[in-house]
Design a binder for this molecule. Structure first.
Ligand code: PLP
Length: 496
């Protein structure tokens, strides 16, 4: 199976090549040229498998140049009881007869990005061997919080890789900061940047585009790559848990094989929900994919009207990982729906770049509207959702997951569609203690770390070990630079 770029479908590469490259040189994103299909008896077989076995099965459908043994090895290294605090890896918790949560936060950083970032480093090191790349890869990441730590954990001490994470000095929470600055590993570096997230991200983009630096690093045996969700290697592991959740619903007797389910996904960059779309495309019985946004509701408007318009106010919310106005992975969806029309998609993306807006053709919009529903939720409603779910079901959810819950309730009210639904639960509530405690009617003047204990006390729920043990962690990385000095950090880390 070959992969093509959303902006030039004549470029055809192997899966190893696209995983090593990340982004296509034409600025497009890679997708499979043709999609594999689940065999008629596949779901039945998958129901009897462990999460790791399901992962190998689904990933091998998309990665012809990785052997099954290789994928088994990767799944074992990524999804084991050292990294995950439950043998189910991504368990489904049902709260009533037709609503369940798919818990994607049992990994080392307690957010769903672990599901993919525990796998990507192994995909990548295999890809280096397969493509004959002799240099080492250095991952550069600008983070507003969750991605940086998940990438650090994933790449920590992985052969032939190094990783540098830049975060905005005053732009992350106490917990997020300590999670990153206490990171272990010989191949990692963490540095804060004086400025906000945009400054940090712009600095990283600038480093990527510097020809001179690229040559210098190459002479020293390195090339730069990115760990964000434009890489196909991050999307693919996410398809697995949609299939896995479906199997778990069958195993628990909630549905019969073949019944349709809805998935509701709290969305930022459109990566997670797009993986759900691919799961549906390969034949998983999915009815609606419900896209849940916070007050940054650019996707809600798009799904309701067919016009994407990023020219709008930006809101800082209590679900910060969804505070995004440009959802990169939407490009992949439009490419798929348009029947791989690279010219059309390039045109939309050009319009987005120049004027900040585009409107898709009618036939594309019709398909979007058939497959997707959408809704959004403000901070007040988010807190109400946390409180409601806790009071009614004694189940604690985080702010992002709460956006999903609220939007699902609204969708059910307006559509009357009571189909069995699964909400993607994207983070542990203990990552966002302050907002979750406020939702439960409690306010304390305490530091982030102290709030973890408070939330455990108030809710009666045990905090995840990786967050509890932060208290014993020492800050290891204290470097902070102006944004025009970020390049020096890269050079002095890589060139000894
Ligand atoms: C990244 C993230 C999201 C958004 O996921 P996308 O794939 O960007 O749509 C939602 N919730 C949490 C907790 C996240 O970290």
């Amino acid at each position: 199976m070959q992969y093509i770029s959303t902006r030039n479908s004549k470029i055809k590469l192997t899966s190893a090549e696209v995983i090593a490259m990340g982004l296509s040189h034409d600025g497009g994103l890679f997708v499979p040229e043709t999609l594999p299909v689940l065999k008629s008896n596949a779901v039945e077989a998958l129901c009897k498998m462990t999460y790791q076995q399901r992962a190998v099965y689904i990933m091998s459908m998309f990665l012809e140049d990785y052997s099954v043994d290789e994928l088994k090895d990767i799944a074992t290294k990524a999804y084991n009881n050292k990294n995950f605090d439950t043998p189910d890896i991504a368990p489904v918790r049902s709260i009533n007869e037709n609503t369940s949560f798919l818990e994607l936060w049992h990994g080392p950083t307690c957010a769903f990005k672990d599901m993919a970032l525990q796998v990507l480093p192994y995909f990548l090191t295999s890809a280096l061997i397969k493509t004959g790349e002799e240099r080492e890869v250095c991952i550069l990441t600008a983070t507003s919080g969750d991605t940086g730590k998940a990438a650090l954990e994933g790449f920590c001490d992985v052969d032939r890789t190094k990783i540098i994470v830049f975060f905005p000095k005053d732009g992350v929470s106490d917990i997020q900061k300590l999670q990153m600055t206490s990171q272990k590993g010989e191949n990692v570096n963490v540095c804060s940047v004086v400025g906000n997230f945009d400054d940090t991200q712009t600095g990283v983009k600038y480093i990527f585009s510097d020809e001179q630096l690229r040559e210098k690093l190459s002479e020293n045996g390195y090339f730069l790559s990115s760990a964000n969700s434009i890489n196909w290697g991050r999307l693919l592991p996410q398809i697995v848990y949609y299939v896995s959740a479906y199997c778990d619903l069958i195993n628990s007797g909630k549905i019969s094989n073949g019944d349709k389910v809805n998935f509701c996904v709290p969305t930022g960059n459109f990566g997670n929900i797009l993986a759900g779309y691919y799961a549906k495309s390969i034949g998983l019985p999915v009815s609606k994919l419900i896209c849940a946004s916070n007050s940054n509701n650019v996707l809600t408007d798009f799904i309701n009207t067919g016009t994407y318009n990023k020219n709008r106010d930006f809101y800082t919310t209590i679900s910060p990982s969804m505070d995004i106005l440009v959802s990169s992975n939407l490009e992949r969806l439009l490419f798929e729906i348009s029947g791989h029309n690279d010219k059309l998609i390039s045109g939309y993306m050009q319009k987005l770049n120049s004027g900040g807006t585009y409107t898709v053709a009618d036939n594309i919009y019709k398909t979007v509207a058939a497959d997707f529903a959408s809704g959004f939720c403000n901070d007040e409603q988010t807190k109400n959702a946390i409180s409601e779910v806790f009071k009614k079901y004694n189940y604690l959810i985080d702010t992002h997951t709460a956006v999903g819950y609220h939007v699902l309730q609204e969708y059910r009210k307006t559509s009357g569609d009571d189909t069995q639904a699964v909400i993607a639960s994207t983070a542990s509530p203990f990552k966002f203690c302050e907002a979750v405690l406020e939702a439960l009617g409690k306010k304390y003047d305490l530091s982030g770390l102290e709030l973890i204990d408070k939330l455990a006390e108030v809710s009666g729920v045990k905090a995840p070990l990786p967050l509890m043990s932060l208290k014993e962690q020492k800050e290891r990385f204290t470097q902070s630079v102006e944004k025009d000095k970020m390049m020096n950090v890269v050079e002095s880390f890589l060139i000894k």
